[in-house]
Design a protein around this ligand. Structure first.
Ligand code: BMX
Length: 279
């Protein structure tokens, strides 16, 4: 069965035709952050009109909290969404096919569990991207609701603001600005690669916090592996820096980190599988 799989992130939106773990066709566009969900769905529908009749259902993985088919922002800084937006109902109206929605990182966790580094023990997926997201698969079951929203925890060192506001791609860009550079997170990585110390400091601070989060996740859930995804998480050198931060701890306590084998396709492959399996 072929699914129209959509992944709406805080910076990028991907749409694809997915069958199992095969991505038959795909497009990626920038998420027009101020436009709102009706406009995002309309823009996607326009782009994928040529795929009409090639899919039997729609799966939508979104940044944000999804419950009973309704979509809400937990951190509007990552993406502003009207509270309890009726996503599944609107998707049915726009695409004319049965729709299923889930959080993006929870969908990606399922994709990696089913088709990534092989089915096996408990898995945690961690995306470092516009925000920080997570998904958890325990005893072969994907958790939903709030489970995995690691970007919104407020460890003692973060005080009043969410962890993601001190670690994510958005934070890296805001730190660059404070250092006098108008640079996106991607540009910070480029400048760090070129040896600019201000940029290296931002990347290593983010990697340190992400590594510390992984250590805490290990203590809470003891997964067999923590699969890392997201534009920041998969950026060159970032995962290695996370591993370096963890090298010194007792091997019994050390998280096993692995890059998402499905890369940026983890969310669309995961949501397609969840959409098909829910029936
Ligand atoms: C935020 C939250 C999560 C999401 C995570 C990563 C919102 C809008 N999103 O913590 O639901 O999984 O960001 O989001 O509250 P991404 O856009 O970086 O994938």
């Amino acid at each position: 069965e072929t699914v129209l799989a959509i992944d709406i992130g805080g910076t990028k939106t991907m749409a694809a035709l997915v069958r199992g773990s095969d991505v038959l066709d795909e497009i990626t566009v920038a998420t027009a952050r101020e436009a709102g969900p009706d406009a995002w769905l309309a823009a996607i529908a326009e782009k994928v009109r040529i795929w009409k009749d090639r899919y039997s259902r729609v799966g939508i993985a979104v940044t944000g909290f999804v419950q009973d088919g309704r979509w809400s922002a937990l951190n509007p800084e990552t993406l502003g969404i009207p509270d309890q937006y009726p996503l599944v109902e609107r998707a049915l109206a726009v695409f004319g096919k049965p729709a299923f929605a889930a959080n993006d990182a929870q969908a990606a966790a399922w994709g990696e569990y089913k088709f990534g580094s092989g089915e096996g023990g408990d898995l945690v997926f961690l995306t470092i991207s516009t925000g920080i997201g997570g998904g958890i698969v325990i005893n072969g079951r994907p958790l939903a609701g709030l489970a995995g929203h690691f970007g919104l925890i407020r460890g003692p060192s973060q005080g009043r603001s969410p962890l993601e506001d001190q670690t994510s791609g958005r934070w890296m860009a805001s730190e660059a600005l404070k250092a006098g550079h108008n640079a996106s997170a991607a540009e910070v990585f480029d400048r760090a690669e070129k040896g600019e110390s201000w940029a290296n400091a931002i990347v290593s601070q983010s990697a340190f916090r992400a590594a510390t989060l992984c250590r805490d996740i290990q203590m809470m859930l003891d997964p067999e592996r923590i699969v890392i995804g997201g534009g920041i998480g998969l950026a060159k050198g970032y995962l290695d820096q996370m591993r370096e931060q963890l090298a010194g701890i007792d091997s019994r306590l050390r998280p096993v980190l692995a890059p998402a084998e499905l890369g940026s396709h983890a969310g669309i492959i995961g949501i397609a599988s969840l959409a098909v399996e829910r029936d």
